[in-house]
Design a protein around this ligand. Structure first.
Ligand SMILES: NC(=O)c1ccc[n+]([C@@H]2O[C@H](COP(=O)([O-])OP(=O)(O)OC[C@H]3O[C@@H](n4cnc5c(N)ncnc54)[C@H](O)[C@@H]3O)[C@@H](O)[C@H]2O)c1
Length: 332
């Protein structure tokens, strides 16, 4: 049994309930928002984000970060925009070698840094592991069979996460391609927004399949420029997460995309849906594509829709009008 502090009350609550009910770990959920902790105490669940999933009495709830002091593992489930500031608050409480797990998906918008870099800069004494893959909170919190990947350059830390998180309903694979796993998790949200737009426009399954397949190609191209392995993207973090995010109504990225496809202004769509990581990640991916000179047509098209006020149908048409090419550019 491990002592685990979970930071964040959304996806964090789902992971906390899963870890407590399947493994009987000692779990505390911390939130930066006192009103969130108060509501969870009162209601016995996170009614807004995870209605119907009871938080067992054995899980502690707090706004006090001193709980990290003697934790074996600290699990971040925080939107990427708040990760650096949360790391800075947590760092003074982290002992040398504490396992730091990041379940968040994104790229720091201004610096274009991957979250592993943010963690390395802010909590250098932690053993960093990214936990990613197709894992909607609504299903994880109900112990519906799910599989994810724990990636780290620290083999022992990855094994510990595999050991502590695995259960009959939660299967954890390990991987050492941290960059690939993080990019897969972050960039699939960009493609999920595109898939939602396609649904909102009333397009069909063919269009969705095109977006997922060609989307995976552009994710792989950027991944390869950043030094990740191509086969990482054929796994849970690339293909697996693309399938779940592009097809499920649990996906906030897809839901925001549907609204945009139906004519809602992108900023209003994001405000309606809540945390839409793909919106911020699109800007970061667009910046990285330019920095590394990588062709990313869907990211470019989405960027023009989200931030340059380009009409959705015009953006789609200019994607379809691109020059004819070989399916595997590198082979010709
Ligand atoms: N929800 C899912 O199904 C799911 C699944 C896999 C990964 N993720 C990733 O996990 C991360 C969190 O997602 P989520 O769905 O829990 O998001 P969310 O918007 O529900 O927020 C999660 C929590 O962040 C905390 N928070 C809010 N404002 C904060 C602030 N200013 N400072 C510190 N903490 C703050 C709150 O505790 C909140 O409950 C995202 O990167 C998301 O992509 C989510």
């Amino acid at each position: 049994m491990a002592k685990i502090t979970v930071l964040g009350g959304g996806f964090g609550t789902a992971l906390a309930v899963m870890l407590y009910t399947t493994q009987q770990h000692e779990i505390t959920i911390w939130s930066a928002l006192p009103e969130e902790i108060e509501a969870m105490r009162r209601d016995g669940e996170q009614k807004e984000k995870l209605p119907g999933v009871k938080i067992p009495n054995g899980i502690s709830l707090t706004t006090d970060l001193s709980v990290v002091d003697d934790s074996d593992l600290v699990l971040f489930a925080i939107p990427s925009a708040y990760v650096r500031e949360t790391c800075q608050k947590v760092a003074p409480h982290v002992k040398e070698g504490t396992v730091i797990v990041n379940a968040g998906k994104g790229i720091e918008e201004d610096s274009l840094k991957l979250l592993s870099t943010v963690f390395a800069e802010e909590i250098p004494n932690g053993a960093y592991v990214v936990l990613t893959g197709p894992s909607h909170a609504e299903e994880v919190g109900r112990n519906i069979p799910t599989s994810v990947v724990a990636a780290s350059s620290n083999k022992m830390a990855a094994y510990l996460v595999q050991e502590w998180f695995s259960s009959p309903t939660f299967r954890v694979y390990i991987n050492d391609d941290v960059t690939g796993c993080e990019l897969g998790g972050a960039l699939k949200n960009v493609i999920a927004l595109c898939a939602g737009i396609s649904d909102g426009l009333g397009y069909g399954d063919n269009t969705k399949a095109m977006l997922m397949t060609r989307g995976l190609h552009e994710i792989e191209r950027l991944g390869s420029a950043l030094g990740s392995r191509a086969n990482t993207f054929a796994g849970l973090t690339g293909l697996g997460d693309l399938i779940v995010t592009c097809t499920s109504m649990h996906s906030r990225n897809r839901r925001a995309g549907i609204l945009i496809g139906q004519g809602v202004n992108p900023a209003d769509a994001v405000a309606q849906v809540g945390t839409v990581e793909g919106y911020y990640c699109c800007r970061a991916a667009y910046g990285l594509a330019r920095r590394y000179d990588v062709e990313m047509p869907f990211t470019d098209g989405l960027y023009r829709i989200l931030f340059e006020n380009v009409n959705v149908k015009d953006a789609v048409q200019s994607l379809l009008d691109r020059p004819k090419k070989h399916e595997y550019e590198k082979l010709i």
